[in-house]
Design a protein around this ligand. Structure first.
Ligand code: ATP
Length: 218
C-alpha cells in the first residue's frame, strides 16, 4: 500500500507554496494521498489571525479540485494545544501497517527538537523534508545525527517500511509565506496568484486579515 502523507500547518492562510510542495511530494513519493491537518491551537505560535474554522474553510477550498489532497480536521476539533505526536499516534492506530510520511518544510524540520515529545515522532512516521528557500539541512546536533542514523535517499524505503526514516527532497522553490502574505494584505495589496482563487475570495469576503482590504484593493 502506498504511504499516506501528513502535512500539518497553521495555514494562516494556506498558499501556493504549501500546495505546490504537497503536490510535488505526492507525485514524486507516489503517496496515496496528502492529508492537510490545520492546527487548532498551535504550541509554537502566540497568535493566530484567522479563526480555526476559517483556516479550515480556506484549506478545504484550496484542495477541492485535487482528489488526492484531503483535509483532516482532527486538530481543530480537539480541545487544547495541538501536538503532532498525538495526531500521528491516532493515525498510527487507524493505520497500523501503513507507511506514514510527515511532510515538513526545512524551517519546520529545524524546529523539530522544540516539539513536544519529538523523539516519539520517528517511530510513528517517516519524516520527509522539503527544501524551502533560505534554509539549509543541518549537519550537526540532534538533527544532524538523526539524518546520519535514519536518513535514506530511496523512495522505495518509504514504501517498504512503515516509519523511522528521514528523507530530504528538493521541491520547486516558491518564496511565499503566510506571514508575508498577511503583511501584503494589510498593506492593501492583492494576494492573487500567491493563493488559489477560492482562498483569495474567502480572504476578500471575510476581511479576515485586514480591515483595509476590499474589492478595490490594487
Ligand atoms: P509562517 O509565515 O506563519 O511561518 P508558513 O508560510 O510557514 O507560515 P505554515 O502553515 O506555518 O506556513 O507551514 C506549514 C508547513 O508548510 C511547514 O512545514 C512549512 O515549512 C511548510 N511551508 C510553508 N511555506 C512553504 C513554501 N513556500 N515552500 C515549502 N514549504 C513551505
Amino acid at each position: 500500500m502506498q504511504p499516506i502523507g501528513v502535512f500539518g500547518g497553521t495555514f494562516d492562510p494556506v498558499h501556493c507554496g504549501h500546495l505546490r510542495t504537497a503536490f510535488e511530494l505526492w507525485q514524486e513519493l507516489r503517496l496515496a494521498e496528502v492529508r492537510f491537518v490545520p492546527t487548532g491551537s498551535p504550541p509554537h505560535r502566540e497568535q493566530l489571525y484567522a479563526s480555526a474554522e476559517l483556516r479550515l474553510k480556506m484549506v478545504n477550498a484550496a484542495v477541492a479540485d485535487q482528489p488526492r489532497f484531503v483535509v483532516d480536521d482532527r486538530e481543530v476539533r480537539r480541545s487544547g494545544v495541538s501536538y503532532s505526536v498525538d495526531t500521528l499516534t491516532e493515525l498510527r492506530h487507524e493505520h497500523p501497517e501503513r507507511s506514514l510520511c510527515l511532510l515538513l518544510g526545512m524551517d519546520a524540520f529545524l524546529g523539530l527538537p522544540n516539539w513536544h515529545r519529538w523523539r516519539e515522532i520517528l517511530p510513528l512516521a517517516h519524516i520527509v523534508v522539503a527544501y524551502r528557500p533560505g534554509w539549509r539541512a543541518p549537519s550537526t546536533g540532534p538533527l544532524g545525527e538523526l539524518m546520519v542514523d535514519h536518513g535514506t535517499g530511496a523512495v522505495r524505503t518509504l514504501h517498504e517500511e512503515p516509519a523511522g526514516r528521514v528523507y530530504v527532497r528538493p521541491v520547486t522553490q516558491l518564496e511565499i509565506s503566510s506571514t508575508e502574505l498577511r503583511a501584503l494584505i494589510v498593506a492593501g495589496r492583492d494576494p492573487r496568484y500567491l493563493v488559489p482563487d477560492a482562498v483569495r475570495q474567502i480572504i476578500l469576503e471575510t476581511r479576515c486579515y485586514a480591515p483595509r482590504q476590499g474589492p478595490h484593493a490594487p
